[in-house]
Design a protein around this ligand. Structure first.
Ligand code: HEC
Length: 155
């Protein structure tokens, strides 16, 4: 029986998919993102939750739930640039490069949205892979791509 925990262990042990491992680290992070921006925080945490829900839905073969989770990720992705538009709050892992490369930052949020939309469309069309790792990893790679460049070390 698949569990997210097992999946996490597999991801970390094999080290096969770095982006995936990064994503699973996020999943388990209870840490409140250290900034004052409540909405930004809430949305990033919702992303983590939606990714978990997506993995669980795919594992259970529940395409309706998988589609809903992917749509949720897509909706949050649309809000990300706006959330960061206000600038850097006092304590935050957001790197200053976000605001010098805002177009690229926005492109990375759009890439996440595109992948989430793709997963939602596949689910709706009954074409979704039954491998939770593959499905979650598709979107997870876009989380990692942005974090790698624009998220600094823990503060
Ligand atoms: C366009 C860039 C971008 C994308 C895409 C992105 N994030 Fe983030 N994320 C950030 C930044 C920047 C921070 C740090 C925010 C801060 O500290 O103010 C962050 C913080 C977080 C946090 C807060 C906790 C921590 O350890 O920092 C979580 C959880 C998180 N992201 C999950 C995700 C997940 C899951 C995805 C993909 C579904 C994702 N993010 C996609 C930029 C992004």
């Amino acid at each position: 029986m698949f569990t997210v925990r097992k999946l996490k262990r597999a991801g970390l042990v094999t080290g096969a998919a770095l982006a995936l491992a990064v994503t699973f680290t996020l999943f388990n992070s209870n840490e409140v993102c250290a900034d004052n921006h409540a909405d930004r925080n809430t949305d990033m945490k919702s992303l983590g939750r939606a990714m978990r829900a997506l993995g669980a839905a795919v594992a259970a073969g529940n395409t309706a739930d998988a589609e809903a989770a992917a749509k949720k990720i897509s909706a949050i992705a649309s809000e990300v640039p706006e959330l960061f538009n206000g600038g850097k709050p006092g304590k935050s892992r957001a790197k200053p490069e976000i605001w010098t490369n805002f177009a690229d930052f926005t492109a990375k949020a759009n890439a996440m949205k595109a992948k989430a939309d793709g997963v939602a469309a596949d689910a709706a069309a009954g074409k979704l892979s039954s491998d939770p790792k593959a499905v979650v990893g598709k979107i997870g790679a876009t989380c990692g791509a942005c974090h790698k460049v624009y998220r600094g070390p823990k503060v």
